[in-house]
Design a protein around this ligand. Structure first.
Ligand SMILES: O=C(O)CCC(=O)C(=O)O
Ligand SMILES: [Fe+2]
Length: 366
């Protein structure tokens, strides 16, 4: 753990007022005790909060700067040119996501645009040939340096994700590499999100309240705006943090780690408030391979487990969430061209927000 000035102060589970900072440089130590100590801190934060900052990650500042520069260059282009890379063109669900395309909790479109990049899969990859949604090659705009900057950053942040996956395995009492073989060609998406300022827009959230669908998320943002829901119903700020000259990442537990732990780890709800300063954020949603069946680990499996934690395929979950939040996919569902996978959950089924809502309904007579 970092110095106390940065640490969170959790009381009861979910009662936090700031996010803890975990120095993960120990994950690169050759001594298992060092790696286990970091993993235990991650486990505590995942249980009590579902969100934490990570310092000591070692991602080169130059790669982050290059990514920011190329993202800004892309968004400065005119709208028609950006739409040539529209996510709805071609298969694979990758590319440019214009403002208004995504709708989360509020039922109102988010005030943001994005560019979605996936784990690169060749056209002859068995998962592509099998026609799995979300898997395939990327769209690379003709912008000098874009592809190089994005691929270099993707490789680094993905490698950090693998280290965190191993730490989560240790935190859950598993062998460190227990989950590695589930991550060979995952639908792990890196998003370059741009939140433009619109002073005339009233109360338009950057992103409505939601949980993330995958195992966990690694996020880097350049401005405040991200807010995390605690168990008292308060939105807690998670602004960018620089520690010893290095920008910290925000890591949060996603729906699939919540299922694997039958709720012991929380997929915590979060949102981005209306921005007053132009903002860029880059989440990597770290997933296992599409067909991985996610179910509670043996120590969390209980005969009376909530139906929410019934086994599901991670890819089907991600795809069904996309079908329910992207306009172009929703239209295809309505036209009968695409179907929701069997057993699809509704958006916002997981996380503390969902549980509070359920508790309110259960307590409401009639
Ligand atoms: O922009 C941010 O800080 C958060 C983005 C986010 O929550 C998401 O894309 O799922
Ligand atoms: Fe999110």
């Amino acid at each position: 753990m970092n110095s106390t000035s940065h640490s969170g102060t959790p009381g009861a589970r979910g009662e936090f007022f700031r996010l803890p900072v975990i120095d993960v440089s120990g994950l690169r130590s050759s001594r298992l005790e060092d790696r286990q100590a970091v993993a235990d801190a991650i486990g505590d934060a995942a249980r009590n909060i579902g969100f934490f900052y990570v310092s000591g990650h070692g991602i080169p500042a130059a790669q982050i700067a290059a990514l920011r520069a190329t993202a800004a260059h892309f968004y400065a282009q005119d709208p028609d040119w950006k739409m040539k890379h529209y996510i709805g063109l071609g298969r694979g669900h990758k590319g440019f996501v214009p403002e208004g395309e995504e709708i989360y909790g509020t039922g109102r479109p988010d005030h943001k645009e994005a560019y979605d990049i996936g784990f690169e899969a060749a056209d002859d990859h068995p998962q592509v040939l099998a026609g799995l949604p979300l898997i395939g090659g990327n769209k690379w705009p003709e912008l000098p340096g874009f592809q190089q900057a994005v691929q270099a950053y993707y490789a680094s942040v993905f490698a950090l994700g693998m280290q965190l996956l191993q730490a989560f395995a240790l935190a859950l009492g598993q062998e460190e590499h227990a989950f590695d073989s589930y991550v060979t060609c995952p639908p792990s998406k890196l998003r370059l999100i741009h939140y433009p300022v619109d002073p005339s827009a009233e109360d338009v959230l950057g992103i409505g309240a939601h949980t993330d669908y995958e195992c966990f998320t690694l996020l880097l943002a350049d401005q405040a705006g991200l807010e995390v829901l605690n168990s008292l119903g308060q939105w807690i700020d998670a602004p960018p943090l620089t520690i010893d000259g290095e920008e910290a990442y925000v890591i949060n537990v996603g729906d699939m780690l919540e299922v694997m732990t039958a709720g012991a780890f929380v997929a915590t709800s979060h949102r981005v408030r209306k921005v007053t300063t132009e903002r860029y954020s880059f989440p990597l949603f770290f997933a296992c391979d599409y067909a991985t069946r996610i179910r509670p680990l043996p120590q969390f499996a209980a005969a009376d487990a909530a139906p929410l934690y019934e086994e599901l395929s991670i890819g089907d979950h991600m795809w069904s969430m996309a079908l329910q939040t992207y306009r172009y996919l929703g239209e295809k569902v309505r036209r009968g061209e695409l179907q929701l996978p069997q057993g699809a959950r509704l958006p916002s089924s997981f996380g503390n927000f969902a549980k509070e809502e359920a508790a309110v309904h259960a307590a409401t007579p009639g």
